[in-house]
Write a protein that binds this ligand. Structure first.
Ligand SMILES: [Zn+2]
Length: 309
């Protein structure tokens, strides 16, 4: 089996980093869930992107400046956590998943949560730990839409796959591209919602790879990449997808049901409590690969389960 290329992740930023009017605010815990790195944009107005980095920093910002707009890359709670610090801002959210910023039912639908116990748990978690839903006016943005303040232009770059509306933000004048959850972390790409799309994710990797910038920022962990590091990260993400698929194929030398495959923990080697969350993500991600392998005729469904042909 082909080995994964080396990825040498750097440490997450220890302090805010400035790229002209774009400031990256490091998320707590190295920008790991339930946090992400945020951006503060300073033009004529002050805007924030993905307000889930650091409560103290964002609270001080909210007290010292009027933040008029908040841009959110996609509906995941770890990009929204401190939304309540900006009650006066309008929230710009991806058109394709705007409903998931207002209703739990829409979140459950995108995630593919059908299990009652999981829905109850997740609904409580979102309300208590993420103060869901945000009460701000929601303005859906479209792919390619541009927003301007002073010398700063934010352009919405559609980047579907992780979620249907997942978007990157390009700041062409500064040569900065914010990749959100195309996060280039050692784990690899995440497509664990029902509405995640593996083919779309791969197309996104190719399309993003053509965007020339000086600095590439992500929402988690290392957070800052130059062009070379960005290209290496994209190649690594593509390789992780192939590696997962190869390992799944190898596991299907003997027929196996989806629950049996899930129990092998091919995607998440370590599960944490509550286990049903990991079980769900593992199943969702495996199903994307199974659907693709079946379409290719590489796997078939037999009475005993899935089997490699
Ligand atoms: Zn996400």
């Amino acid at each position: 089996m082909a080995r994964l290329p080396e990825l040498c992740p750097g440490p997450p930023p220890a302090a805010p980093l400035q790229f002209g009017p774009v400031t990256l605010v490091p998320g707590r815990k190295g920008g790991r869930y339930p946090y992400c790195h945020s951006l503060v944009l300073t033009g004529e107005e002050t805007w924030v992107v993905d307000p889930a980095s650091d409560q103290d920093y964002l609270r001080t910002l909210a007290r010292s400046r009027r933040v008029t707009r908040v841009f959110i890359s996609h509906f995941h709670e770890d990009h929204l956590k401190y939304h309540h610090l900006f009650p006066e801002a309008t929230f710009h959210v991806p058109q394709a998943e705007a409903a998931a910023f207002a209703s739990l039912a829409a979140v459950f639908e995108l995630m593919g949560l059908t299990d009652r116990r999981f829905r109850d748990y997740w609904g409580q978690t979102l309300k208590k730990e993420f103060r869901f839903p945000p009460l701000n006016p929601l303005i859906p943005y479209a792919p390619g839409e541009r927003f301007q303040t002073g010398g700063l232009t934010l352009e919405v770059v559609p980047a579907a796959g992780h979620t249907p509306g997942h978007s990157c933000f390009h700041f062409p004048r500064q040569g900065v591209l914010y990749l959100a959850d195309v996060d280039l972390t050692p784990f690899g790409p995440w497509y664990g919602d029902l509405a995640s799309d593996l083919d779309a994710f791969e197309e996104t990797l190719v399309r993003l790879g053509r965007i020339q910038a000086c600095t590439y920022l992500t929402a988690h962990e290392q957070g800052v990449f130059d062009y070379q590091g960005f290209q290496a990260g994209l190649a690594y993400f593509q390789a992780v997808i192939r590696d997962r698929e190869e390992r799944l194929r190898a596991a299907l030398a003997v027929p196996q049901s989806l629950p049996q495959l899930v129990a092998r923990q091919l995607i998440y080697p370590k599960w944490k409590e509550p286990l049903f969350v990991y079980e769900h993500m593992e199943a969702q991600m495996l199903m994307k690969h199974l659907a693709r392998l079946r379409k290719q005729g590489a796997v078939e469904e037999t009475p005993l389960g899935y089997q490699a042909v």
